[in-house]
Design a protein around this ligand. Structure first.
Ligand SMILES: Cc1ncc(COP(=O)(O)O)c(C=O)c1O
Length: 341
């Protein structure tokens, strides 16, 4: 089976498993797990932040960050397709009692002008705008990269209104590889950043929150409240550490494979791909012109050995990753041609 459903389906490589087996461990709730401490220091250094906090998942990284920044009744401004709006089970309302103000972006990008227009006045009648939330790369928009120039403008705006900024950087590694812009250059404009090790980097578990030492100190308490304090979790952190040390630069292969696949798909009858949105490792394609719906196409592909995800009535997603070689992409292309021609 060629599994293109998500970059989360990767399994740890033999060398990664070896690193995990040999990991030094301790009680991380006491701050005594040497492997976790090493990972936190390393990722804080490469993102230019003071400190990092290892957490179980991207969702936990995002939700702990929201809780640390906000009070109930606050409002977060974000793009309509954001992961926290669609795929985190209503957690911002459930866990932090905040409301979300969405803005329609283009390729997941919202502008400082759009944001400025929806910042609430300081009034007892209004929710309090507290946090600006960006996602880079943007999953639902197709793994698209948020331009640094716009991030800079948004930072100026947020400073002038005393707002915080968070970056959902679950796939920030991909943005870095696609543009060559250092992770630290992206991260410096944000008060907090979340990154994931279990997506394109191929580790089995784990994410991290990055920020000032003071922010991470407060986030550590929220992590405990949310039940996210782990003990000898250095075993999993070792997989993440291995991934950070060995799997960042190879992501270019995933991007090249995604582009190759997108170009083949876009030439097939009835299939539409917005090639401008294929900037990293995610390919969305629309099959409305084939007369079939997404679920039917997903089933047909699956029967022929290729897995993708149907994400709308006629919209599907294919993602390239560590466990997918160029040869497998070529095989998948043969299956796509068979189904659509
Ligand atoms: C942009 C983004 N943020 C956060 C998450 C949540 O990560 P997790 O599945 O580890 O909770 C995902 C998951 O795909 C994501 O794409």
């Amino acid at each position: 089976m060629i599994d293109l459903r998500s970059d989360t389906v990767t399994r740890p490589t033999p060398s990664m498993r070896e690193a995990m087996e040999k990991a030094d461990v301790g009680d991380d709730v006491f701050g005594e797990d040497p492997t976790i401490n090493q990972l936190q220091e390393k990722v804080a250094a490469i993102t230019g932040k003071e400190d990092g906090l290892f957490v179980a998942s991207g969702t936990m990284a995002n939700q702990v960050s929201i809780k640390t920044h906000t009070q109930p009744g606050d409002e977060i401004i974000l793009e309509t397709g954001s992961h926290i709006f669609h795929y985190e089970s209503g957690a911002p309302a459930f866990l932090s009692g905040v409301q979300l103000q969405t803005i329609n972006g283009k390729h997941g990008v919202i502008t400082s002008k759009q944001i400025e227009a929806v910042i609430r006045p300081q009034s007892m009648h209004c929710a309090q705008t507290r946090l600006i939330w960006l996602e880079n790369t943007h999953n639902r928009a197709g793994g698209t990269v948020f331009p640094l120039e716009e991030i800079r403008k948004i930072r100026v705006l947020s400073d002038s209104h005393a707002l915080f900024m968070h970056l959902d950087g679950a796939r920030l590694w991909n943005a870095h590889i696609a543009t060559g812009i250092p992770l630290s250059e992206y991260a410096r404009y944000f008060d907090s950043v979340s990154v994931c090790f279990s997506k394109g980097l191929g580790a089995p578990v784990g994410s991290m929150i990055l920020g000032s030492a003071e922010f991470i100190h407060r986030a550590r308490r929220i992590r405990k409240i949310f039940g996210g304090g782990m003990r000898q979790a250095g075993i999993i952190a070792a997989g993440a550490l291995y991934a950070v040390e060995h799997h960042i630069s190879r992501m270019k292969e995933d991007h090249d494979n995604a582009r190759f696949l997108a170009e083949i798909l876009s030439a097939l009858p009835g299939v539409h791909v917005d090639l401008t949105s294929v900037q990293t490792n995610i390919v969305y394609f629309d099959v409305s012109q084939t007369g079939k719906n997404g679920d039917t196409i997903q089933e047909l592909l699956q029967k022929n050995g290729v897995q993708v995800i149907s994400v709308g009535p006629t919209r599907l997603r294919a993602v390239t990753h560590l466990d997918i070689s160029r040869q497998q992409i070529e095989q998948a292309a043969i299956v796509f041609k068979k189904i659509f021609q």
